[in-house]
Write a protein that binds this ligand. Structure first.
Ligand code: MHF
Ligand code: KIV
Ligand code: MG
Length: 271
């Protein structure tokens, strides 16, 4: 979506990008420093993901994450951007009981942070929630395919939409579009299935492990930057090796302090 250099990204720009065949780029962010860097680099949208559970809070899954865990992060990210569209992820247990709960949660993110939209997981099963939030004037990004909040129900990190399952994926995609979502994330689905969804929908598809035939891409920034500890999904391309960079830096610091070579005169004050 590269042009419109300084104008804020809006939902209509997502729509226009799809219509004009211009790819949309997204990354997660959980803090103001990365948000500022990604925004200045022209990333179109930043997701304050509940993947903060793994990447900020040290949980094994996203399930324990609460609204109160995410609000300060969403405030930091939204406060740091000039152009990027900021999406706040609704955590597990904050919208499933019904449209009233979903709208209440969306109101909290919109009133207590400067985010521009919310995201929630689920297709057909979340359509009424999406409809209610959208009817209150809040844009919703949907999320179908592999939905990490249902990891246990889905039996692990299992690719969704293979073979006959593509019909369910298409039904979910139609349901979120009909409910008024402005875009839909497709996570861990075969490239062919994502291509079918993308061709059928009017709204843009954002792939996370969904191959190239989608309208945009999204990655968890710590995966993409080589910061994540442990296994990263196959779909991630690593663009940096932050973990190694920081490991080398901290070893050098420790060595210097132990050897008495830091701080030197240039880091010390005179009387
Ligand atoms: N987009 C995204 N969704 C996630 O759920 C997620 C991330 N990123 N990144 C951080 C963690 C790490 N997660 C994952 C998810 C999948 C694999 C994985 O290895 N998947 C296999 C395919 C599934 C399988 O057959 O097990 C792979 O080869 O990619 C690893 C870590 C879950 N988390
Ligand atoms: C991986 C993306 C889609 C997400 O929901 C998150 O980072 O929380
Ligand atoms: Mg999430």
């Amino acid at each position: 979506m590269a042009d419109e250099a300084l104008k804020r990204v809006r939902t209509r720009h997502f729509q226009r990008a799809k219509e004009n065949g211009i790819k949309i780029t997204g990354l997660t962010s959980y803090d103001q420093l990365t948000a500022g860097i990604f925004d200045e680099a022209g990333i179109d949208f930043l997701l304050v993901g509940d993947s903060a559970g793994n990447n900020v809070y040290g949980y094994d899954t996203t399930l324990p994450v609460t609204i109160d865990d995410l609000i300060p992060l969403a405030r930091a990210v939204a406060g740091a951007v000039k152009r990027a569209f900021v999406v706040a992820d609704m955590p597990f247990g904050s919208y499933e009981t019904g449209p009233d709960e979903a709208l209440h949660t969306a109101f909290r993110f919109m009133k207590e942070t400067a985010a521009h939209a919310v995201k929630l997981e689920g297709g057909v099963r979340s359509a009424e929630q999406i409809r209610r939030i959208v009817s209150a004037g809040i844009p919703v990004m949907a999320h179908i395919g592999f939905t990490p909040q249902s990891e246990h129900g889905l039996g692990g990190h299992v690719i969704q939409g293979r073979g006959e399952q593509v019909e369910q994926l298409l039904a979910d995609a139609r349901a979120v579009q009909d409910a008024g979502a402005f875009a839909v994330v497709l996570e861990m689905v075969p490239a062919e299935a994502a291509a079918r969804v993308t061709a059928e929908l009017r709204i843009p598809t954002i792939g996370v492990g969904a191959g190239p035939h989608v309208d945009g891409q999204l990655l968890v920034w710590t995966d993409w930057a080589g910061f994540t500890k442990g296994r990263i999904p196959k779909f991630v391309k690593q663009y940096a090796n932050l973990r190694q960079t920081l490991t080398d830096a901290v070893s050098a610091y420790r060595t210097d302090v132990e050897a008495g070579s830091y701080p030197g005169p240039e880091h010390s004050y005179e009387d």
